[in-house]
Design a protein around this ligand. Structure first.
Ligand code: F6P
Length: 326
């Protein structure tokens, strides 16, 4: 294998708190190993458009605490084409870049895998998404911060729900996964958590709310993952109204507030560990892997596995929601 002298990095897909901490770790570790570092703006789109910026230690000073990504991010339709990926490869070669670190979610890794198959190019990935839906790592970079953001917001909702004796349906992100809803729901003391991984029985939900509100509760918080099969919080509220509508119900969609904010201590730590490990993996001639953390140990997970396997919901957590509301 040719010796790696110069690497590039990019952030791709939905941004997440901690991406800047990961960028900082990759850049500082690379420089420590006497590598040159290039930042690519706007994900794979910037790779195709050759939006490259040289990076040094100062480039990543004072960013560990910042949400978002200083390299910007974007989704790239061009990178989904053979021609787009060919241009991307030519740009890497032209700029004498020997390897690439991509920070993003499953779409990012899917693109990287196709690129590697076509151009046999060294790429390692870091799991940067609030969804925590990537197989091969206990937590993704941004998930912990998003959970804390949700819990702090719902604590505020709970105040007004109690004052007005209302039911609130809180819709959270997660794309087609329920990890944010489930863990934030438990942490918020939710009366129910609806996730895509479990079919939602609207009639049973109405009966449950009727029982709660007629006997032991004067207000309720119901978490709804945006990918839930019942179609989201507004649809569920409408269904409850059709069943009887005897409750005063409101909907709050937390939306993109979950994607911002200063990363938590854990996300900064996770991003730093994984960023350093990404450079070490490239220098060890590894490629086509995601760097994850399982049981507090850094692991290498082939892109094929992290794409093929689906991280499953722990059913026991759904039971805990019921038990803690019985
Ligand atoms: O993948 C992260 C995520 O925040 C999902 O939870 C959400 O569905 C999606 O991105 C939103 O995408 P966009 O920011 O492009 O609207």
């Amino acid at each position: 294998m040719a010796k790696i002298k110069k690497i590039a990095l990019l952030t791709s897909g939905g941004d997440s708190p901690g991406m800047n901490a990961a960028i900082r770790a990759v850049v500082r570790k690379a420089i420590h190993q006497d590598l040159e570092v290039v930042g690519i703006l706007r994900g794979y789109e910037g790779l195709i458009k050759e939006e490259f910026i040289p990076m040094n230690s100062k480039s990543v000073g004072n960013i560990i605490q910042l949400g978002g990504t200083i390299l910007k991010t974007a989704r790239s339709a061009n990178f989904m084409t053979v021609e787009g990926r060919k241009t991307a490869y030519e740009n890497l070669v032209k700029n004498k870049i020997d390897a690439l670190v991509v920070i993003g979610g499953d779409g990012t890794f899917k693109g990287a895998r196709v690129f590697i198959e076509e151009h046999n190019y060294p790429i390692v990935g870091l799991p940067g998404t609030i969804d925590n839906d990537l197989y091969g790592t206990d937590m993704t970079i941004g998930y912990d911060t998003a959970l804390n953001t949700v819990v702090q917001a719902v604590d505020k909702i709970r105040d007004t729900a109690a004052s007005h004796e209302r039911i609130f349906f809180i819709e959270v992100m997660g794309r087609d996964a329920g990890f944010i809803a489930l863990r934030a729901g438990i942490a918020s003391g939710a009366e129910a958590v609806l996730v895509p991984e479990m079919p939602t029985d609207l009639k049973a939900l109405h009966e449950q709310l009727s029982e709660y509100m007629s006997s032991k509760k004067t207000s309720s918080i119901i978490f709804v993952a945006e990918g839930d099969d019942a179609g989201g919080a507004f649809k569920i509220k409408e269904a409850m109204e059709k069943f009887g509508g005897e409750f005063d119900m409101k909907v709050t969609v937390l939306g993109h507030v979950q994607r911002g904010g200063s990363p938590s201590a854990y996300d900064r730590y996770l991003a730093s560990r994984l960023g350093v490990a990404a450079v070490e993996a490239l220098l060890d001639d590894q490629r086509s892997i995601m760097i994850g953390m399982i049981n507090r140990e850094v692991v290498h997970v082939p892109f094929n596995q992290t794409i093929k396997h689906h991280k499953t919901i722990d059913q026991r957590l759904l039971e805990i929601v019921d038990v803690l509301n019985s």
